[in-house]
Every structure is written in structure tokens, then in C-alpha cells.
Write a protein that binds this ligand. Sequence first.
Ligand SMILES: CC(C)(COP(=O)(O)OP(=O)(O)OC[C@H]1O[C@@H](n2cnc3c(N)ncnc32)[C@H](O)[C@@H]1OP(=O)(O)O)[C@@H](O)C(=O)NCCC(=O)NCCS
Length: 375
Amino acid sequence: MAEVEIKKGLVGVIADETKVSEVMPDINSLTYRGYAVQDLAEACVFEEVAYLLLNGELPSKSQLAKFQEEERSNREISSNLKKIIQSYPNNAHPMDTTRTSVSHLGLEDSEASTNTIEANYKKFIRIFAKTPTAVAANFRTRKGLDIIDPKKDLSFSENFFHMCFGKVPSKDVVKAFDVSLILYAEHSFNASTFTSRVIASTLADIHSAIVGGISALKGPLHGGANEAVMEMFLEIKEPENAEKYILNKIKNKDLIIGFGHRVYKKGDSRVPTMTKYYYKTAEFYKNEKFPKISRILEQTMIKEKNIFPNLDFPSGPTYYLMGFDVNFFTPIFVMSRITGWSAHVNEQLKDNRLIRPLSKYTGSGHRKVLLIDKR
Ligand SMILES: CC(C)(COP(=O)(O)OP(=O)(O)OC[C@H]1O[C@@H](n2cnc3c(N)ncnc32)[C@H](O)[C@@H]1OP(=O)(O)O)[C@@H](O)C(=O)NCCC(=O)NCCS
């Protein structure tokens, strides 16, 4: 093969067009369908943003009411899936159980292999509505608690708190959670979304595409980072340890999770909004320690390395303060990113071409096969 430039990690490669979201690293901006995420986070509830991603426009009041009714009436999971969730090993990572639960939803879906835009829309609603129920059921069963069924009179975020804890926290805490879901919902051709699009491009079903997205999101270089950030905070323990901890990591050339981004090199536009709601949540729970640790880590990383925090940096401690177990942070990210993945699956299918890149072969030259007793 003639000499070719290999873009390791596909850095800088534009693989296709998209109308779902735009990442503008030079001005630290992210828009969903043309709207700045920070404006959506302040003005909308998560369901409005889910509708926007899927349909291309923000809903009117009646469109939102219809969408919410569809979502709320599809929240229940089957008794079969509940039994399966109760049988998951307690030491299984919740990202693995979430992946298995969503895969099981596909087994039970009567339209599983119908790949039309209409069927995919209905399947999206079912996956979107049922995944939080499955995640919350796993959250409770691994603590030996009964599963709490969803309630139709609660919003998407309120209902998730209800299913996990049996109660809904204050409006401010629910808003902070809603904001995190809005900011996590979509991010153009990131690793998990690209995985979902690759799967969709083979004309496999939407459940397969979402399960693939969940698998890619699990890694600590992607969604798993919000869990790793919290592990770091718990290791640091007190603000007075924070600077020494981070300087030591920098000296050892360790990767510091929650910092850096493939696209944003001068800061992540979602971070100021999430940080505002993180600090509000910390104030509500009367926690001064985590924001202090955050400020020290952030200032030191920018001063020493000129590397900025990403969204996982403020979202990790926010979820912890709300009472979620650390290993459930990425499944919460899944509940949100299902919207972006589905929008991309639809977009892929509207103008599909099988995604199949090439590779440069660097293995051994042509060899003769020796029979086994001659090797
Ligand atoms: C997100 C990430 C994978 C982006 O990687 P990337 O675009 O390939 O960035 P690079 O690896 O080219 O980084 C450039 C330099 O910054 C350093 N760097 C980047 N992120 C760093 C981090 N979090 N901690 C320490 N150093 C970091 C790299 O080591 C590299 O240094 P070098 O030039 O001396 O080798 C990377 O920043 C990272 O691993 N961050 C931690 C994981 C994380 O928070 N992920 C969530 C992403 S939303």
C-alpha cells in the first residue's frame, strides 16, 4: 500500500455530517440543534431536550405533554426483567447490569427487528422510559431493598429519585440532576455515539446500537470518568491534601481523570453550568469540603499543565452528594445519552452507508501454512 497518513484514534477525521449537535472548540461552545447547551440547561426540563434531540425542534406545550405521557406510560418493566435484575450478582458493575437490562428490553420488544423510523421512535420511547426503572431496580436490589415501581405523576428526574430512594428531594436538587442529564445528553461523534452509528450502519436494530453505545461509554477514558473522579475525591479525603495529591500525580506523569478533552483544549462549555449546580447542591447538603477540593484541583491543573476540567469533574461529586453510589454514575449518564445515541441512529439510517474504514497492514509477509506436526 502506498504511504498513507494514519490518524491514530481518528483524531481530526470528519467521518460524516450531522445536524444533531455542533462542538465548537475554538469558542468553547456546544449546541444541540443550534441551541447552546447552557441556555437549554437553564430554560428547559430534560424531557424538552430529549424531544429536541429526537425531533429537531423544541416542543410546544401540547407536544411536550404528549411526549411526557408517552414516556410516563412506558416506564414499567416486566416482572420477568425484575426477576432477572434480582438475580444479577451483587459485585457486577452497574454498567454491565445496565447493558444486560437494555439488551433484555430488546428481547421483549415486539418490534425489535422492525427498523423503520416510526418503529424506532416507539422503541426509543420504550428504552428511554424503561432504562431508569431497570437502573433503579438494580440500585435497590444490590442493597437488599425491594424494587420501587415508577410513578406517573413525577417528572423523569423526580421519578428516578423516587425509584432509587422512595422519596423526591428538594426542587433545587432535582434541577441539578436534570441539568446534568441535559448536559450529558449529546456530544456529536464521541466514542459511544460513533459506536452506535457504526452498529446502525449495518442495519442492526436500535437496541443493539444502544447496547454498543453503553459498552463504549463504560471505559474510564469516556463515561466511566465521572466514577473515577469521585474515587479520586474519596482518596484525597480533605482539601488540605488536594494540592500535594495532584502535584504528585503530575510529577509521576499520571493521567488525572476529569481533566482534558479530545475536542475542548481550552475548557469544556458544559463545565461552568454544571459547576454552578454542583456548588448549589453542595450548599444544600452543607458540604464545603468537595467544592474546596474541586477548586484546588482545577487551579493546580490549569497552572501546572494548562489542562481544563471536563463535565465529569463537577458531575461526579454532585451525584455523590445526592446519595447515588459511585458505580451508578455512568448508568445515570446512559439514561441521558440514550437520547443522543437515538438521534444519531435515526440520522444514520436516513442516509445510510455502511461504516467500514481501512487499515494499513503491518504484520508479517506472506507465509506458507505448515501442517501442525511440522510447526
Ligand atoms: C480525554 C482524553 C482521553 C483526551 O485525550 P487526547 O485528546 O488524546 O489528549 P492527549 O492524550 O493528546 O493529551 C495531550 C497531552 O496532555 C496530557 N493530558 C491530557 N489529559 C490529561 C489528564 N487528564 N491528566 C494528565 N495529563 C493529561 C497528555 O498526557 C498529553 O501529554 P504529552 O503531550 O506530554 O504526551 C484525555 O484528556 C484523558 O485521558 N483525560 C482523562 C480521562 C477523562 O477525564 N475522560 C473524560 C473525557 S470527557
